[in-house]
Design a protein around this ligand. Structure first.
Ligand SMILES: Nc1ncnc2c1ncn2[C@@H]1O[C@H](COP(=O)(O)OP(=O)(O)OP(=O)(O)O)[C@@H](O)[C@H]1O
Ligand SMILES: [Mg+2]
Length: 1045
């Protein structure tokens, strides 16, 4: 709504068709006012005028793209995106091929506009891996072409020095498939010469600034721009431009497009060759014939070039310094003067570069071209150099301006055609409009019989002396009376005095202004000849790319036919372009340059006015509103103005056209102001439209008040209702809550009463029964609880598992004392069992022996308590280890129970002698310690009993059976250090063997048998005896006292 208002804003209308009054001043003022408001885009119908802001504006964001996507052209602010969207939708939805023609002078913003259009289309068409790749390739062609085809000029830091037309091809869904780029007339003279303040093509500076040291070395280049003649030997960095970064971007772009590394290298090599050619210096010398000749002054550069292109230096040297001429069927080699040599060198550089540029475009096309066979729709974007008027205009300007003239022609014709077609389509009567038709100028230049270009070609092909003078004379004759042609001669004939027109020049009154062309160089540039020797030299190089650029250098294909002239070629390509454009639906973007100084947001009215004139904007507006200034589809018109009639507001149920008729009838506009087409309403004057708009605004204000009023009433009402509802709800809840609480309390009270009553009843019924049972139950319960507590406590605090430990917690209650005692003994037995289970058989046997000892001696002999600490070793002699005892060992064999040293008491005198004692399972052996020989061997069955004292001595009497063989000498009296062990083991062994207990006497008196008779032994306590060594004293022949302690 706001945007449409801006379209109709009387002070700065967005569509100049609505300008009222329509004058040059008002048009200029409108553009200026809009520019001041940063509205750089303005419409004339569906043509967009774009004024270069020279600063970045925040109007190209992704959000803006979304805003313009599928927008209504008139419903949003004028924008380049709107025209791009309109074109794209028309292509996609109505299957109409489109072309976008961008015109304007150098620096007006054409290239930027073309990029904006492309990026918009790329943003709105669908996405997908393949589609994105195509889009990226199409967009990335720009940095590559700009690097090679753009240069800084006085007017524009990034001026396109070639014309570009790009056809982007889409499939039926509107997805981009690829494209084709055509290029027109690269300004190649810039390669060898450019004026101060300008630069050569960007690529040279980018390569030197951005190429790595290795790359530069490979290309045999130096980083310093001042080294190169073609770069005017000056370093020319541009403020705000990073050549190195641009070089990297260009390389990346090439990668995206699909250039192979080898292709990039070859491309840069050829570029380096061009740059280096400018440094090839010639010097003059005189031949013997006296003719001036040229030679290479410094062979180094030539040498390097030849290394780069893999060519024999002498071939190139000869081609640069001499020329083969055909003279009477003979080929003659003539030398060249230094200026001729330089001419040849420069021509070569220009040719290499321009052919390289053509190759580059073709190479990009190979990558982006669409496979044949697919049905496609096309959107062409034309970004061609703008109309140029310089102080000194040459052949290039002539060609460029001719092209612009043709574009203007197509613009006028197509705008008119379209306008006419629209009236016919809508069934409205067409009133012819007067406008300036520039076909007369086009004809002046391109007429194939007598146009300027045809004349130039004729001069170029004519044998004999050819120069620009004859060419100019011919023009003067032919166009002596032409309205758009002027020269000194024609002026003189018309008696016009004009000092601004020199004699070597002619002037054409272009649609955009008068331009004076200097004919010098016209013929040479039109011929665009390169000495055959040079093209042959290039063909001879072994550099694939360079060689392919000069196919005519192949000696096999020498043709005597002259190549078509530059003018002829250009005319032909312009004709093809025009044909191409005519077949498409045109969309125009007309760029305007607001100042000469590239200053941001500065508007120089005089400069803009000149462009308004030569762009023919006034005519454009006039043509556009020749009949009716404004037109709109019925539905959008009705939608916008339906509030102006009570019959159409708020809803009209009939057709849109009827609705519009009813509406306009109610508004009572004069009938001649309106025309009803088939689909659109046409309004003749902007005033009517403004009137309509004013009424609408008033009505909108009224409606707004109405809506406001209704809304406020509605809001208050609903708020009141809401409050009331809330109040009712709150009180309902509150009351409910109160009642619920009361009910709960009553219920609780009833329950308590009920419980009491029931309790009372139950107690009364069961009182007796309950009391008789209760005490036992309670007691049982308590007992059970106590027992449980006791057992659980016990389980938690069991005493240690050591068998020596006999602690046990006391019973907490008396009634548990027996059980506790029982548990204690069970626990102890269990502990012992566990202990026994883990005993080894040896240990078990030992313990059994110990047990046996206790049974025999406990509380009977004092020595016993001392023996408790001594382990029973059994083997005290070390029979196995000591070789001395080998024989004894053999006697004992495996049956050994004990081996020890004992003392044998002599029964005759009571003295003792040492003996070795061996106890086996069958025998008791006494041996002499020295000889280690058995002296006495007693069978165990011969032993009848044993006597020992009560004291802690080691004395023992071994009573033998009288009948036995060993017993003949009487009993044995022995003293042993291990008496307890010895007696126990003897007792045990005998028990095991005979299952009979050996009688053991422990007393203070006993009798022992001698060989003959018996001897009474009395045990006497005496201090004379050792602790456990008894002293035996013989008292008479049949008495012995044993002194013990
Ligand atoms: N829409 C824009 N917003 C901001 N700056 C712009 C815009 N259009 C153009 N410019 C500025 O103007 C400069 C010149 O624009 P551009 O190169 O498009 O001119 P051109 O018409 O293509 O000129 P030439 O005919 O010399 O190629 C740009 O480098 C940019 O700085
Ligand atoms: Mg440009």
């Amino acid at each position: 709504m706001e945007a449409t208002t801006s379209l109709l804003d009387a002070a700065a209308v967005g569509d100049l068709v609505l300008l009222d009054p329509l004058t040059e001043e008002s048009l200029l003022q409108t553009l200026q006012e809009r520019f001041r408001r940063s509205d750089i885009y303005t419409y004339i119908g569906n043509v967009v005028i774009s004024v270069n802001p020279y600063r970045s504006l925040p109007i190209y964001t992704p959000e803006t793209v979304q805003e313009y996507r599928n927008c209504n052209f008139f419903a949003v602010k004028p924008h380049i995106y709107a025209i791009a969207d309109d074109a794209y939708r028309s292509l996609r939805d109505r299957d109409r091929d489109q072309c976008i023609l961008i015109t304007g002078e150098s620096g007006a913003g054409k290239t930027e506009a073309s990029k904006l259009v492309m990026s918009y289309v790329a943003a709105v068409c669908s996405k997908g891996e393949e589609v994105d790749k195509v889009k990226e390739q199409l967009l990335q062609s720009n940095p590559v072409l700009e690097a090679f085809g753009n240069a800084k000029t006085i007017r524009n830091d990034n001026s396109s020095r070639f014309g570009k037309y790009m056809d982007v091809e889409f499939d039926f869904k509107g997805e981009p498939l690829g494209g084709v780029i055509s290029n027109y007339l690269l300004e190649k003279s810039r390669i060898v010469r450019h004026v101060k303040g300008e630069r050569n093509f960007h690529i040279f500076y980018q390569l030197l600034a951005g190429g790595s040291a290795q790359l530069l070395q490979q290309l045999k280049l130096r980083q310093d721009c001042r080294h190169y003649g073609y770069l005017n030997r000056e370093s020319s960095g541009l403020p705000g431009v990073d050549d190195a970064a641009n070089f990297r971007a260009m390389q990346d772009a090439m990668k995206v497009i699909g250039f192979s590394p080898a292709e990039v290298t070859a491309l840069l090599e050829v570029t380096a060759v061009v740059l280096k050619l400018g440094n090839v210096q010639l010097s003059s010398s005189y031949q013997a014939s006296g003719m001036e000749a040229s030679s290479i002054a410094e062979p180094q550069e030539l040498q390097e070039i030849c290394e780069l292109i893999r060519l024999d230096p002498t071939i190139l040297e000869r081609a640069l310094c001499s020329r083969t001429v055909k003279a009477r069927d003979e080929m003659v080699l003539t030398t060249l003067s230094v200026p001729q040599g330089y001419y040849g060198r420069d021509a070569l550089a220009k040719n290499i570069y321009s052919r390289l540029f053509d190759w580059l475009v073709n190479r990009i096309n190979t990558s982006i071209q669409v496979k044949p066979g697919k049905q496609r729709k096309v959107m062409g974007v034309l970004d061609i150099y703008g109309f140029e008027i310089f102080q000194d205009n040459s052949f290039e300007q002539f060609i460029i301006n001719y092209c612009n003239e043709k574009l203007q022609q197509i613009f006028i014709l197509m705008t008119l055609k379209e306008e006419q077609e629209e009236y016919v389509r809508e069934g409205i009567q067409w009133t012819p409009v007067e406008f300036f038709d520039n076909s007369i100028i086009c004809n002046l230049i391109e007429n194939s019989k007598c146009g300027i270009l045809a004349m130039l070609d004729e001069e170029c092909l004519r044998p004999g002396v050819v120069n620009e003078d004859t060419f100019l004379t011919k023009l003067n004759q032919l166009f002596a009376t032409h309205k758009h042609y002027e020269s000194k001669e024609t002026q003189n004939a018309r008696r016009v005095m004009d000092t601004s027109l020199p004699s070597q020049c002619f002037r054409i009154h272009h649609y955009a202004g008068k331009v004076t062309y200097n004919v010098t160089g016209f013929i040479e540039k039109n011929n665009d000849l390169l000495f055959r020797d040079l093209s042959q030299a290039m063909w001879a190089s072994r550099h694939e790319l360079l060689r392919s650029l000069f196919p005519e250098g192949d000696p096999q294909k020498v043709s005597l036919k002259l190549p078509p002239t530059a003018g002829f070629q250009f005319k032909a390509s312009v004709a093809t372009l025009m044909k191409n454009l005519y077949s498409k639906n045109p969309n125009y973007i007309r760029c305007i340059k607001p100042n000469e100084t590239k200053t941001g947001m500065l508007f120089t009215p005089e400069l803009v006015l000149a462009q308004i004139r030569y762009l023919g904007l006034m005519e454009n507006v006039r043509v556009r509103r020749a009949g009716y200034a404004f037109r709109q589809l019925y539905d959008s018109f009705l939608q916008r103005y339906k509030m102006l009639s009570p019959r159409t507001w708020p809803h009209w149920t009939g057709s849109h056209r009827e609705g519009t008729e009813v509406l306009l009838a109610d508004l009572a506009f004069p009938p001649e102001e309106l025309a009803f087409g088939h689909t659109k309403i046409f309004i003749r004057s902007p005033r009517t439209l403004f009137d309509l708009e004013r009424r609408r605004q008033e009505r909108v204000a009224e409606l707004a008040t109405l809506i406001q009023k209704t809304f406020r009433g509605w809001r208050c009402r609903t708020q009141y209702q809401l409050m009331r509802k809330s109040q009712i709800l709150i009180s309902a809840w509150f009351r409910g809550h109160l009642q619920k609480n009361r009910y709960k309390q009553m219920k609780r009270s009833a329950l308590i009463i009920q419980a009491y009553a029931r309790g009372w009843k139950v107690r009364r019924t069961y009182r007796r029964y309950f009391r008789s049972e209760a005490s036992t139950r309670l007691a049982n319960f308590i007992y059970r609880r106590l027992v449980q507590k006791f057992l659980v406590g016990l389980a938690r605090n069991l005493p240690p598992l050591s068998v020596m430990d006999r602690t046990w917690p006391p019973a907490p209650y008396k009634f548990l004392a027996d059980a506790n005692q029982e548990l204690r003994s069970i626990f102890y037995r269990w502990k012992c069992k566990k202990y026994r289970e883990q005993l080894t058989p040896q240990r078990r046997a030992l313990l059994q022996t110990k047990l046996h000892a206790s049974e025999l001696f406990k509380d009977k002999k004092a020595l016993y308590s001392k023996s408790l600490q001594q382990p029973f070793q059994g083997e005290y002699l070390g029979l196995t280890q000591n070789p001395k005892y080998q024989r004894l060992h053999a006697v004992a064999k495996d049956k050994l129970v004990m081996a020890d040293t004992v003392r044998k008491v002599n029964k005759a005198n009571g003295k003792t002698v040492p003996r070795l004692l061996l106890l086996t399972t069958e025998h008791l052996v006494l041996a002499d310690p020295k000889a280690a020989q058995p002296k006495t061997v007693l069978s165990l069955s011969d032993i009848s009993s044993i006597s020992v004292t009560r004291f802690s001595d080691g004395f023992l009497a071994l009573h033998l059976k009288e009948t036995s063989t060993g017993g003949a000498k009487g009993d044995f009296l022995l003293v042993s250090d291990h008496l307890i062990e010895l007696v126990t083991r003897l007792h045990q062994t005998l028990m095991d063997a005979t299952a009979q207990a050996l009688p053991l006497h422990i007393s203070d008196q006993f009798s022992t048998r001698l060989q003959k008779g018996a001897m009474a032994i009395t045990v006497v306590e005496s201090a004379k005896a050792g602790t456990n060594i008894p002293v035996c004293k013989k008292r008479g022949s049949h008495k012995m006292e044993i002194l013990v302690q």
